[in-house]
Write a protein that binds this ligand. Structure first.
Ligand code: SPV
Ligand code: MG
Length: 290
């Protein structure tokens, strides 16, 4: 079974699928190594790795290039975060085949205006497009895919925008009717109540997708028990882990006046060389360098 078919099957499977964020092929490789089912090609993480806000500051081609590099580095399915689809339904029609050709197995597209503002920032500019407009974008994404197993996940930001559960449910149903394979429902409340209420009220047939960054107390067994969630995405834990680890090590080196103390606690250089795919290159060397 190819990657797209595997991902579609996993998404529909009653067992919860988990995806870890990545901002480059190395972080994707570490997530796959840790046993995550899929990689989340996070716009937030890629923006952070360029030290710019997650607000469509980077170009679509920068994101697309990174997705291509990640898909080439790992075997697990890659879910591309295409923000609002980089424009209207026409832009979506042209972008989706490029993400598919880059090796992604799914796209997640959100119902905000372009340019977007990031969801979890306090007092962000959260403006939703009309329901019909976003239905057109979902239809365009579905029609543009070449492999029927490539998944189109519609994300509603109704709760993030403060529009309430009724609006979120209306949008989710409208996007399912437009052909979405799953609905991502996002919340920035520090307690899971808002999300749990939405999940309980959801009557659609397609699975839900959660990103529990703001309400980390909701664990996988709790989510699995809800019965309607097919996928949980850990949205920014690769970049936060990297920032924490680098800050700590850099401060220790400054404090110690050298690298003599941290050396023993860091992964050895041979570990990094292995992650670079050294074994494969040595095999090429053995076979072809004559
Ligand atoms: C991302 O990781 O880019 C996301 C999730 O879209 S969030 O940042 O929570 O909006
Ligand atoms: Mg994003």
């Amino acid at each position: 079974m190819n990657r797209n078919a595997r991902f579609r099957q996993k998404l529909q499977d009653p067992v919860l699928t988990h995806a870890m964020s990545a901002h480059n092929p190395l972080s994707a490789k570490l997530a796959a190594e840790a046993g995550f089912d899929a990689i989340w090609g996070s716009g937030f993480e890629l923006s952070a790795s360029h030290a710019v806000p997650d607000a469509n500051i980077l170009s679509p081609s920068q994101h697309l290039d990174m997705m291509r590099a990640i898909a080439a580095a790992v075997d697990v399915p890659l879910i591309a975060d295409i923000d609002t689809g980089f424009g209207n339904a026409i832009n979506v029609s042209y972008m989706v085949p490029q993400y598919e050709a880059a090796g992604c197995s799914a796209v997640v597209m959100e119902d905000k205006t372009f340019p977007k503002d990031t969801s979890l920032r306090a007092a962000g500019r959260q403006e939703l497009v009309r329901i019909e407009e976003f239905q057109g974008k979902v239809e365009a994404a579905c029609a543009a895919r070449r492999d029927a197993d490539f998944c189109v996940i519609a994300r509603t930001e109704a709760l993030i925008a403060g529009a309430g559960e009724r609006e979120a449910l209306a949008r989710a149903s409208a996007y399912e009717a437009a052909g979405a394979d799953a609905i991502l429902i996002h919340s920035k409340q520090r307690e899971p109540g808002e999300i749990l209420s939405f999940v309980a009220a959801w009557r659609g047939r397609v699975p839900l997708v959660l990103v529990p960054t703001a309400y980390p107390q909701l664990r996988e067994p709790d989510i699995q028990a809800l019965g309607k969630v097919g996928l949980v995405i850990y949205g920014n834990h690769a970049i936060r882990a990297a920032v924490g680890a680098m800050r700590d090590v850099f401060a220790r080196i400054r404090r110690d006046g050298g690298i003599h103390e941290v050396d023993a606690v860091l992964p050895p250089v041979k570990d990094i060389i292995a992650l670079q795919g050294d074994t494969a290159m040595r095999e090429l060397e053995r076979r072809y360098l004559k």
